[in-house]
Design a protein around this ligand. Structure first.
Ligand code: 13P
Length: 258
């Protein structure tokens, strides 16, 4: 059995005060052992959020990470800094970084290697654009992104990370993948891992779905056999919605719209 993992990607949102309010509200709804829960605030809020999570089951994650450990890299935040502030996870290769900040598969590979080298669990994002889906290239794109990010690594890498299938056309659009579309992609991703890293790794790896996940659609997506959690953007900024998604993952109650 794979334990579901729900992560909230706050993106470039929330001041320190707003972050503290959200964490305070979330702590009540995240008291479950049936799902792992992660919040990924912006860098500016990490040090403020970390102590607020003490005594809760919510883990801290970053939205990005640099590939070097330290040095003259103006503006970057390195893996040891994230570990120091209390992060256990780091999102890598989000489509917004790929498309708006020019991150290549090679950059994604370097970042995830650096995260792993310092004990962070990378959440590696992959997914196709609408044009690629309409051209029936979805599985080719996923394979190319997986090859690019993980291809040259020893097979045991697949045991040390989380994958997130985030179709670009579903991110922030309100148009989520259908459970069937998500399942098809997730099954293909799991097969890639099994082929590349062995059947045990394929069975064990957790694959999140991301893209317009809400309290209303979470249960249908999370019930798919190869969907092991969600990477949530907009709905993770609202305690009630995020709590309902966690509940759906934990199987402790049906998700209902806030
Ligand atoms: P939305 O849930 O806002 O579509 O964002 C998804 C996402 O990009 C999570 O990383």
């Amino acid at each position: 059995m794979r334990k579901p993992i729900i992560a909230g990607n706050w993106k470039a949102n929330l001041t320190l005060r707003e972050a503290a309010t959200l964490i305070h509200q979330l702590k009540g709804s995240c008291d479950t052992d049936a799902a792992d829960v992660v919040v990924c605030p912006p860098f500016t809020a990490l040090a403020a959020v970390a102590p607020l999570l003490k005594g809760s089951r919510i883990a801290l994650g970053a939205q990005d990470v640099f590939w070097e450990a330290a040095g003259a890299f103006t503006g970057e935040v390195t893996p040891p800094m994230l570990v120091d502030v209390g992060c256990r996870y780091a999102i890598v290769g989000h489509s917004e970084r790929r498309t708006q900040f020019g991150e290549s598969d090679e950059v994604v590979r370097r970042k995830l290697q650096a995260a792993l080298a310092h004990g962070l669990t990378p959440i590696v994002c992959i997914g196709e654009t609408l044009a690629q889906r309409e051209a029936a290239q979805t599985l080719d794109v996923l394979t190319r992104q997986l090859d690019g990010a993980l291809g040259g690594s020893p097979p045991d890498i697949c045991r040390r990370l989380i994958l997130a299938y985030e179709p670009v056309w579903a991110i922030g659009t309100g148009k989520h993948a259908t459970p069937e579309q998500a399942q098809e992609a997730h099954r293909a991703i799991r097969q890639w891992v099994a082929d590349r890293c062995g059947p045990e790794a394929g069975a064990a790896i957790r694959i999140q779905y991301g893209g317009s996940v809400t309290a209303a659609n979470a249960a249908g997506l999370l019930q798919q056999p190869d969907v092991d959690g969600a990477l949530v953007g907009g709905a993770s900024l609202k305690a009630e919605a995020f709590g309902a998604i966690i509940k759906a993952a934990a199987g402790t109650g049906a998700a209902s719209p806030p």
